[in-house]
Design a protein around this ligand. Structure first.
Ligand code: AGP
Length: 634
């Protein structure tokens, strides 16, 4: 949700910032802007619209030079998408520029105070208030240092007589007044080789280069330049120059600085031969499932093994209940997790929307563990749930994709998906990887309880077969494209499933609505008759998940109810089910697998279907309207 990149070194900043913005665009694409410091001249360019149509064109027409700069791609929170609300924002003196991710909750109060002091604002954003606040503190510190005279930003000769720490201190002063979340980068004409960054609740990392340093909200933006990074912690304030970086922490005496190596490369964040990231990521799934399984199948003990749960066998056996908290697609994965863990480990599971879990004060018995699921590891609601459980003295585990993300670092233990960077705003491969890891976890917990070796082995074998079966599903891409063409004009859709495939119906509907803007409802096939069936008519197609599982006959009966009301039916059925053709208008076949693994296989054709529907309707698949990849505000 919004992206930040900053560069200081010897190269020209503008191309590095622009390329970084392209890599960050999935974080937000309402508008974008850059601020570059050329010796003492602070030049800002910003533009409404996506990167290539907006800021890239502007920079071509009006280039900027200089080897220090900050840039931002925006997903609007305060203030509508507009040139004036785009970042960077200036302080009152226009010698300080700020880019910011997050929300300043007390911005109105701060703004009133600044207005009374004579400040004038040009935008409707909370960020501009923050910029003015930093400017106010900087002016005060500078005055106290013996030079209260206000310099014009371009007035020569420009003499920098202030210590670089002064900017970091002014930023710290301002942040002590702020309630809310931020990842930010600040530059000032007095310090032509310094960028100050800070974080609370919104990710920010330092990239370490040779004679150059970077700041970024997301490693994707800088992986082409360096793999050595420092993940900043909440309340860290960092100062970078070409030669060094320094970090202080507002809450503790010393900052905890650790250098990590990025595990992915520049190529991993490219689209390759694919038209869209989403399609590329759907096609990566045979490999990403393999990555999630690698080293974790233990056929000898008929179980799954993990390195990072950080719990002893006795502690794992002592768990009486698991609460899974997540958001969006990850919440759908959590519902499958509930079915898996309850069936295989006979352990009670409750699934919560992360945002509900935080505020509704639900009882958590002594031996309850919270498990959070998150692709990005940065979703604010999910992070808040994790912190709430820990605050209440409970162990909090996480299944996360992004290595080094905040959730990954704050969890007591967890499992990585190893799905690699997911750039498509609509989550696909991470969903399937989450399901794969949840299955492994259910087996792991089950084998400490009552799950037989025979049944566990059957599941492990089923998991092992998935990559090949997903390849088979991908081979149906042409058929799914055709199907999408046939139904592309529909205004409403239903997705129905029962048992293990009920959450997949929810996910199928979410995929369709978020990228093709078609109204779609996911429902339990059995629940339809209790009301929603009133909406079925000849213009409302239903995607029916009807694999040959324990609920098969019952689901067929539900399907008949839709047919009786003339609703068109697209069935996802098990290979070899010939009878289904008689009751469905169109059929997509799923390879035979265990009931517990149907969710993984059924997800793939639904992803492809949503993708082709969006393309057929001319939608921007990777940048769906109103959305951003990870939601870092609550
Ligand atoms: C999925 O397609 C979404 N765009 C969205 O629902 C997402 O799954 C949700 O915001 C949670 O993200 P996370 O997994 O990164 O926490």
């Amino acid at each position: 949700m919004c992206g930040i990149i900053g560069y200081v070194g010897k190269k020209s900043a503008s191309p590095i910032l622009l390329e970084g913005l392209r890599r960050l665009e999935y974080r937000g694409y309402d508008s974008a802007g850059v601020a570059v410091l050329d010796k003492t001249a602070l030049v800002v360019r910003k533009k409404l619209g996506k990167i290539d149509e907006g800021i890239a064109r502007l920079l071509k027409a009006e280039p900027v030079t200089g080897s220090l700069g900050i840039a931002h791609t925006r997903w609007a929170t305060h203030g509508a998408p507009a040139d004036k609300n785009s970042h960077p924002h200036f302080d009152q003196s226009e010698t300080i520029a700020v880019v910011h991710n997050g929300v300043i909750e007390n911005y109105d109060k701060l703004k009133q105070r600044l207005l009374q002091a004579g400040h004038k604002f040009k935008s409707d954003t909370d960020t501009e208030v923050l910029a003015h606040l930093i400017g106010e503190h900087y002016a005060r510190r500078r005055g106290a240092s013996g030079d209260a005279k206000t310099k014009s930003k371009l007035e020569p000769p420009h003499v920098v007589s202030y210590k670089p720490e002064m900017l970091a201190l002014a930023v710290s002063d301002a942040l002590r007044e702020v309630i809310g979340t931020y990842g930010l980068a600040v530059i000032c004409t007095d310090f032509p080789d310094t960028i100050v960054g800070a974080r609370r609740g919104s990710p920010l990392i330092i990239g370490i280069g040779k004679g150059e340093h970077f700041l970024a909200s997301d490693a994707n933006a800088i992986v082409a330049h360096t793999k050595r990074v420092v993940y900043l912690n909440d309340y860290d304030v960092a100062t970078i120059t070409p030669e060094r970086f320094d970090v202080i922490n507002l809450g503790t005496d010393t900052a905890n600085v650790q250098i990590s190596n990025l595990e992915f490369s520049h190529e991993d964040v490219g689209r390759g031969k694919f038209a869209h990231f989403m399609l590329k990521e759907i096609y990566e799934q045979p490999q990403t499932v393999l990555n999630a399984l690698r080293g974790r199948l233990d056929f000898e003990a008929a179980t799954a093994k993990f390195g990072g749960l950080n719990m002893t066998v006795a502690e794992l056996r002592g768990i009486d209940r698991i609460v899974i908290a997540a958001s969006g697609t990850s919440w759908h994965a959590a519902l499958v997790g509930e079915y898996l863990i309850e069936e295989l480990a006979q352990l009670p599971v409750e699934v919560e929307f992360a945002h509900e879990f935080c505020y509704r004060n639900c009882p958590l018995e002594k031996n309850t563990v919270l498990l959070v699921l998150s692709q990005s590891g940065e979703t604010a609601d999910t992070l808040a749930a994790l912190r709430e459980a820990k605050r209440r003295g409970h162990r909090a585990l996480a299944i996360v994709n992004v290595v080094g993300s905040t959730i990954a670092r704050e969890a007591d233990g967890g499992i990585y998906m190893h799905a690699g960077p997911e750039i498509g705003v609509a989550s696909t491969k991470a969903f399937v990887s989450t399901l794969t890891v949840l299955t492994l976890l259910a087996v792991h917990l089950g084998r400490m309880r009552m799950l037989s070796a025979g049944r566990a082995t059957e599941i492990l074998r089923g998991l092992e077969a998935l990559p090949q079966q997903i390849e088979k599903l991908l081979a149906q891409n042409g058929a799914l494209k055709k199907l999408a063409k046939k139904y592309a004009q529909a205004d409403d859709f239903f997705f129905l499933g029962r048992g293990y495939t009920f959450p997949i119906a929810l996910e199928g509907a979410l995929k369709l609505k978020e990228i093709s803007y078609i109204h779609a409802e996911g429902y339990s096939a059995a629940e339809m008759k209790h009301g929603p069936i009133a909406l079925i008519d000849a213009q409302t197609p239903t995607v029916f998940l009807v694999p040959q599982d324990a609920m098969y006959e019952k689901t067929l009966a539900n399907l008949a109810m839709i047919r009786a009301r003339k609703g068109p039916v697209i069935a996802l059925a098990t290979e070899g089910d010939k009878g289904i053709k008689k009751v469905a208008d169109d059929v997509i076949y799923l390879p035979k697998t265990l009931e517990a693994l149907n969710p993984i296989l059924a997800s793939v054709p639904l992803q492809l279907f949503a993708y082709h529907m969006a393309v057929a309707r001319g939608c921007d698949v990777d940048k769906p309207r109103n959305l951003a990849k990870s939601v870092t505000v609550q």
